[in-house]
Structure formats: structure tokens, C-alpha cells
Write a protein that binds this ligand. Structure first.
Ligand code: SF4
Ligand code: SF4
Length: 389
């Protein structure tokens, strides 16, 4: 692919590098584009990246490993699309993904990205772990999907990552307490493909999407609860193009219904000073800001404190687009997750809650790196609700 057949060739030149895309909605600082916040170089900002891609696609700039890393450092958090004053704003992330497709086509992607994609192709997950171990910790406690009302789609992080597994377990206990009829596909599930798609491997994305859709249909799945907002996003917005039309819920939707219908009740939660971190794929991508907050509001006597960067202005944890595994942004006090932990601590919260396994992993590691263990805890919403049940 060159600039001539680049699908956005008529608009990529329009970015005039005003820099608005680096700000949160409330204009407080320039650190709301995670790679820019981490590296503080214009080339890592949204506008800088678009200019570099245009130069590379038009063969004015040679490929280098560093150029590829700049392209892949974008976490597809969508902050820039909210801020950019130009009419192409809805296509900024699409331009990043299309540029990555060009790199995939030429075989010039960073090695860490290559490993991620190869693992998904060979093992159905980015960790390169056995398919037979997928969500195996749940096999004794959760039924296999068999004409249940809901399929609970666990996802890769929830299946293999030790921190995320604890949150999934909490969720399954609450769903059972609430009388929800649900089952899992266990080793028949594969990666949802959201990150594969955003890394520019469209062929592999189609393969995993088709596998999941066939498996859902074969098992008679109609309604899906996802643990991860990334799975929620891709099932809801991208699977219909391949004939995958299912009713998709993020787990917070179901928890809120259970609370409203008083199928679960929450106990006194005094002492908790909670701040909520909006996951990008629940918030900016799918405009779901209020349900998680309404759930927290139902915790009697818990104090809720908003960070300045919330909802549309939320700061990405840095884990999107595979970076929870690839980690092109880590290793510095300026990493987005460490910035976010400091923000949560500075508003006086003793618990930072999120509702995404990638955020949970990134922020949990950041607490240790900031040496704030014992001062602030990172919990998934499912865990805090189970504690209060
Ligand atoms: S992407 Fe939009 S907001 Fe960002 S520098 Fe370019 S024109 Fe400005
Ligand atoms: S999507 Fe997020 S990480 Fe990517 S350029 Fe936009 S603001 Fe930066």
C-alpha cells in the first residue's frame, strides 16, 4: 500500500498539527494522548503520527523500527477524535489502523506486535498459552454453555491473567447469586479480535471473528455478556459485518439490572473512598459512562470522588491496542497507568475502580511501581460489588 491506494489519502493531509488532540475535554494539560504523555515528543502525538504516516506512505520517509514503534504506540483510546476540530475527526483511529495494515502488508511491524499476532493465530490468545487451559479455573464452578439465557464470554485476559481471573471469578459468583442463567464456551472460545483488528491484521481478525460467530451460532447463543469492554465493542460494532448479530451486554449492564430488581443487595460500604476510571472501550467508544457510576452509587455510605479526567476526558491506562501485552509505553513514571494512579491517589481515593481487565492489569502494576500499595487499591467493579453483597 502506498499513499495512492491508502483509503484515507484524500483526508490524511488535512491535519494541521494544532495539537488539540493531546488535551482532555477540560483543557487542563497536554497529557491525554497516552504516547505523547509518555514520550513528550510531537512525533508521538496524534497529529505528529499522522504526518509521519503520510510521509512514509508517500515514500518521503524510510521505514525504521522506531517509526513502526511510534505508529504502534497509539492505544486507540479515541481521545484525539473527541478533541480534533476537523471534520475527519471520526476517522483518526481508522487512519492509524489503515497505516498499520500497510505495515502488516509489508511485513515491517515491531517484533512484539508480531509475537502478539502469531500467538493469537497459533493459540487463540496473545499469551501463547495452551487452548486447553482457556478459563480452566472456572470449569468446576461454571457450567458449559448449553441453551442458557446468556453466554458469558471471558476473553483472553480473563482466561489467563492471574489478576483478571480474580475479577472474573467474582463476577461469576454475583451472576449466580442474582439467578442469571449463563454458561461459558471454555476452550471453544478464542480471542475476540478487537486488538488484532486495531493492530492492522485484518485477515487474522476476520478469521477469529468468523470462528467465534460460528461457535456462537452452533451453540445457539443469542445473548452475550462480556467481561471485557474490548470484546463488548468488537462484538457489538464489528461482528455484524460478518453476520454476527447478537444481543451484547457488558457485565456492568447486567449487574445494574440485578441491583435495580433487588436480586442482589449491597451492604454498608463506609470507609471506601472510590474513584472510577472509565475504560476507553466502554466510555469514549461506546458512550457508557453512567451505568458503572450508578452501580457504585448503590453502595451504601461509600464516598465517590471524581478525578478531573473523567468520562470523555478520561486518561487511557495505556493498555489499549494490545499494549497491556506489547507494552510500548511502560517503564517510566510518565507511563499513562502511573499517571492515572497518581491522579486517583491525589484526589483522596483509597480505591480505584475500573471495569476492564486491561485497565485492571495496567493500573494494578502501576500501584506497585508507584509504591502506593497499602494506600490505594485497584479493584474491578465486580470485586467491589461482591465484597458488598
Ligand atoms: S489530528 Fe486534529 S487535533 Fe490533532 S493536530 Fe491534527 S488537526 Fe489538530
Ligand atoms: S487514539 Fe489515543 S493514543 Fe491514539 S493518537 Fe488518539 S489520543 Fe493518542
Amino acid at each position: 500500500m502506498t499513499l495512492n491506494n491508502f483509503p484515507y489519502k484524500d483526508i490524511i493531509h488535512r491535519c494541521f498539527r494544532c495539537g488539540y488532540c493531546k488535551f482532555p475535554v477540560n483543557w487542563t494539560d497536554v497529557n491525554n494522548c497516552p504516547p505523547y504523555a509518555r514520550f513528550r515528543m510531537e512525533s508521538y502525538s496524534c497529529g505528529g503520527r499522522l504526518w509521519l504516516m503520510r510521509a512514509w506512505l508517500s515514500e518521503q520517509l524510510e521505514w525504521s523500527e522506531h517509526l513502526a514503534e511510534i505508529l504502534y504506540a497509539c492505544t486507540t483510546c479515541k481521545n484525539c477524535e473527541i478533541k480534533c476540530p476537523l471534520r475527519f475527526s471520526g476517522d483518526i483511529v481508522n487512519m492509524v489502523i489503515a497505516s498499520r495494515e500497510a505495515m502488516v502488508e509489508k511485513g515491517t511491524i515491531p517484533n512484539k506486535v508480531k509475537t502478539f499476532l502469531e500467538n493469537v493465530e497459533l493459540y487463540g490468545n496473545p499469551y501463547g498459552l495452551s487452548k486447553s487451559r482457556r478459563a480452566s479455573y472456572l470449569y468446576d464452578s461454571v457450567e458449559r454453555f448449553k441453551r442458557h439465557e446468556y453466554l458469558l464470554y471471558i476473553g483472553c485476559a480473563g482466561s489467563y491473567d492471574d489478576r483478571a481471573k480474580k475479577a472474573v471469578l467474582a463476577l461469576t459468583i454475583i451472576l449466580k447469586k442474582g439467578g442469571i442463567s449463563f454458561g461459558i464456551l471454555a476452550e471453544d472460545e478464542v480471542c475476540d479480535g478487537n486488538e488484532v483488528r486495531s493492530l492492522g491484521e485484518q485477515g487474522l481478525f476476520e478469521m477469529v471473528a468468523q470462528h467465534n460467530i460460528e461457535m456462537f451460532k452452533k451453540n445457539g447463543v443469542k445473548d452475550i455478556i462480556t467481561f471485557s469492554p474490548h470484546a463488548y465493542h468488537v462484538f457489538k460494532n464489528h461482528y455484524p459485518a460478518f453476520g454476527g448479530n447478537f444481543k451484547v451486554y457488558h457485565y456492568t449492564h447486567i449487574l445494574y439490572q440485578l441491583l435495580k430488581q433487588e436480586k442482589i443487595k449491597l451492604k454498608d460500604s463506609s470507609g471506601l473512598k472510590i474513584t472510577y476510571h472509565d475504560p476507553c472501550f466502554l466510555g469514549r467508544w461506546n458512550r457508557e459512562y453512567e451505568i458503572p457510576r450508578k452501580i457504585i452509587e448503590k453502595m451504601p455510605n461509600a464516598a465517590i470522588i471524581e478525578m478531573e479526567k473523567n468520562r470523555d476526558a478520561s486518561l487511557c491506562c495505556g493498555g489499549g491496542s494490545g499494549n497491556y501485552y506489547i507494552d510500548l509505553l511502560g517503564g517510566s513514571p510518565d507511563s499513562p497507568a502511573r499517571r492515572r494512579i497518581r491522579e486517583a491517589y491525589e484526589v483522596g481515593a483509597n480505591v480505584l475502580i475500573t471495569a476492564c481487565p486491561k485497565c485492571l492489569i495496567m493500573l494494578n502494576n502501576a500501584v506497585k511501581e508507584e509504591e502506593l500499595e497499602g494506600h490505594i487499591a485497584v479493584r474491578d467493579l465486580s470485586e467491589i460489588v461482591l465484597d458488598a453483597c
